[in-house]
Design a protein around this ligand. Structure first.
Ligand code: ZN
Length: 118
């Protein structure tokens, strides 16, 4: 596995993963929508005086006066190093592969039996 990431790769990871989705779904940082704006619990000061800027894909804490990009957030929340944080984001940005039998297990999970293939 390579240790270095190209500027292009890093640019994409910082920009192509919506920072609000990363915060809410992947890092599970407490978040809420207030006054029509997405707010998240600042990992530094634990306040909700925050916002995300979709234009720059940065999360900002107004209290700490700090911007966080997607990589910064993973480093802070997961406690990973830079490399592991980048790998985490790569994982997040790749759509999960759906195994061929996913439908069958889904059906089984909700109590249905699919007709047997003959
Ligand atoms: Zn803060």
């Amino acid at each position: 596995m390579k240790n270095r990431f190209s500027p292009r790769e890093l640019f994409e990871l910082r920009n192509n993963i919506p920072v609000d989705l990363l915060i809410r779904d992947h890092l599970q940082i407490p978040s809420k929508v207030r006054d029509g704006f997405f707010r998240f619990l600042c990992p530094l000061c634990n306040e909700f005086q925050t916002a995300v800027n979709p234009a720059t894909n940065l999360a900002r804490c107004f209290r700490c006066e700090k911007n966080f990009n997607t990589i910064d957030l993973v480093i802070k929340i997961k406690g990973y190093g830079f490399r592991d944080s980048v790998l985490f984001l790569k994982e997040v940005s790749t759509p999960p592969k759906v195994p061929a039998d996913a439908l069958t297990s889904l059906a089984a999970g909700i109590g249905w039996a699919l007709p047997e293939k003959s």
